[in-house]
Design a protein around this ligand. Structure first.
Ligand SMILES: [Zn+2]
Length: 195
């Protein structure tokens, strides 16, 4: 274990942190850089902790990452997905609800990848503030789905929150009338992360 106690409480916001530079526009399913939560770690964290197999949609109730999402968020996602289907766009869930244990595992991978807690913090939050752990955030793909949400998500109260995470959506019901709030450049600018 190379992760110190001080780091353990810091949790990853988005798993899609590794390859933001290379997007594959027509990938039919999930193109997630960190998709092997059962890799070289003890404990074999799996679907029960929020790991998402390929091809999961917002309608897959049997997947804990979907089933444990906030009901209002999930309802909005399903309405939006139905609307998107009319445009031949299909939403896939790259990540949704996650257990704290799964977040910690993603954190270890992030710190290892970025080489410092400071740089990883652009993509991480504390255990108390992680919107994925609390079930109020979802990472959607592929790119045609996020493009559709960018244009239509506000109609369903679904908003991008961070400029550096175009796949990360949360429910902002007031967006239906007023549009989505301004983006934060990255999670370090989010007041919810200041703990
Ligand atoms: Zn996210």
């Amino acid at each position: 274990m190379f992760v110190t106690a001080a780091v353990v409480g810091v949790l990853l916001i988005c798993r899609s942190l590794a390859s933001s530079s290379s997007s594959s526009p027509s990938t039919p399913s999930t193109a997630s850089p960190i998709d092997t939560p059962h890799g070289d770690h003890h404990g074999a964290l799996g679907e029960a902790d929020g790991a998402v197999p390929d091809g999961v949609t917002v309608f897959d109730d049997e997947i804990p990452a979907v089933a444990n999402l906030d009901p209002d968020l999930l309802g909005a996602l399903r309405q939006a997905a139905t609307g998107a289907a009319d445009d031949d766009v299909k939403f896939y869930v790259n990540s949704g609800w996650r257990s704290p244990e799964y977040q910690n595992q993603l954190l270890r991978e992030a710190v290892s990848k970025y080489g410092s807690e400071e740089e990883a913090a652009r993509w991480v939050a504390t255990a108390d503030t992680s919107p994925h752990v609390s079930g109020v955030a979802v990472d959607i793909g592929p790119s045609d789905a996020t493009a559709w949400l960018s244009g239509h998500g506000a109609e369903y109260g679904l908003c991008q929150i961070y400029r550096n995470e175009p796949w990360h959506y949360e429910l902002r019901p007031q967006a239906i009338d007023r549009g989505c709030p301004p983006l934060y450049a990255d999670p370090t600018h989010d007041p919810r992360m200041q703990q």
